[in-house]
Design a protein around this ligand. Sequence first.
Ligand code: ADP
Length: 630
Amino acid sequence: MEEKAVEKKTAISHALSVHRRAAKLLHKINPRYFPVLTLHALVAALTPYLAVFFSAQILKELALMRRPEILWKWVAAGVLCTGAFAVLKALLYQRSETLTDDLYGRKEILFAQKMFSMDYADMDKQENHDLRSQIGQNENWASWGLMRTPDLYENGLQSMIGILSGVALTVSLFTSPVPQTAGRLVILNSPLFILALAAVLVLVSLFAGACNVRVIAYWGSAAGEATFGNRLFGFFGFIGLKKDRGTDIRMYNQQNLINAYWDKNMAFGAGGSIAKKARGPLGIFQGLGTGITAAITGFVYVFTCLKAWAGAFDVGSVTRYVGAVTAMAGSVYELTNLFGFLRTNAEYLDTTFEFLDIPNAMYQGSLTTEKRSDRQYEVEFRNVSFRYPGSKLWALKDVSLRFQIGRRLAIVGENGSGKTTFIKLLCRLYDPHEGQILLNGIDIRKYNYRDYMDIFSVVFQDFQLLSQPLGSNVAGSTVYDEERVRRALLDAGFGERLETLPDGLNTQLYKDFTEDGVEISGGEAQKIAIARALYKDAPFIILDEPTAALDPIAEAEIYSKFDGIAGDKTAIYISHRLSSCKFCDEIAVFHEGRIIQRGTHDELVADESGKYHELWTAQAQYYTEQSIEE
Ligand code: ADP
């Protein structure tokens, strides 16, 4: 029992502190938001009491005093005040709505920034992807999470102001005594009676609130189904518009599979699990909560009317008390609700902060790589071994290799032999589990990461261009040296195509954002990606099979041309087409995460028992002698 109480207390104090943190975060994103919400809550809370107060005064004048000169003043003041409050409330509401939209967008940027700045190894983990999509789903499902916080703040504030104003307006309901001449009704003066009434009011409001807390908890318990339902909707709802799925859907009638799966798993449908909850316990508790609140009003009517009947106060005050107590009971009910929401939303906020708090665990050194004009950057792998997180297999095992400055190294091997992993470690997207990678004799972990990345230009297999102008894509910036961008595109073999583009370097790539965008082929995209690497002009240039969309001859052409373009840079080429790598100074053959052979093409092909010879002869069967020999 005691434990439960402690748990409850912790849950509430945790809920409060996690919401305080969320509010601080949102306030930092947009400092104008909470002040506007506060004002809106204040005005919205006072509005009903204002109406109650003025109608009571007017009624009093009408029924008792009957002084026209005062009456019209009350009417004018009432109209002016309630009118001014209504206008102010509407203005503040508009303002808070626009600020909410603004905050929505900015909060998304916050998540995007988190993803940009995360260690690559964390970004690569499925669990972090799940966490991020979970946050999105919770928000879609019923705005759970960060954006619930302002709502709860505003409602909480409004309820508290409401309760205080209600108390101020009703103190005299309890303190005005029934005259002694009122007979048995004098009992209404007893402090016990007053205390009992106040207790009933509070208890009933609390009970109604507790019913609603159950309702909220039911909503919370449906989160799993709702999240899955949203995920399903996100995936299947738009699948018909996905360009890369269009052909398969039409060819293999995939819509049948999709429809069947969707039908069976409709979380939000009338037969779905959420609807079942809504028809059952959810509905009962919601009904109970509302019914009890209505009962309070009746209760207050009886008490107030009895006192007025006995002569404790006039008819105007009856209106005031009934109005004020009813509004106050509503506020108590809201406040109890709020605790339910706070506790449920705290769980969603925990997920949000679990994501936002993912630490940047990768050690960051402070050494600079110094900008060397002689490009004398020497990188060495020394007995490096690496396993992907959660995998038992070594993706690289005991790899040692020193890059010769200014030379061409080819890395070849079958799929899955560790070539890309080797490049990822070289770029320090992951750190080795064993061994070291050294730059000019110093462990690369000791360098400033940004500085270290600056010495590499990599074209990855799965390179990505953005739906942005061509020039910006190549330069990685909206401000760039046009001549250098043009040169890079020419060197990458994109020159002819550039001539045909309507706006030259300003041509928008792809049609995501504008109809005028240009769709480019896979091969053209690869050339742009290569131009981007050239523009960066880093001392190391690495091509990780970026030419996969090209035919073998075009690939061989690019690679041999690249030899000239790369100039004094240290270049590393990865390809599973051995013919493309013949021109390199050295070839390293990867197999099951190890380097098993090294040498020139001629040396390696001569070793008939070696892997290279095996791969070479296997590939030779696919091409005519002519294409292999260029
Ligand atoms: P290659 O580039 O030679 O085709 P990779 O370096 O991509 O090979 O892969 C080497 C091994 O590491 C393979 O067994 C592959 O399945 C595994 N691997 C690659 N990427 C990941 C990853 N992100 N998580 C787990 N295992 C991976």
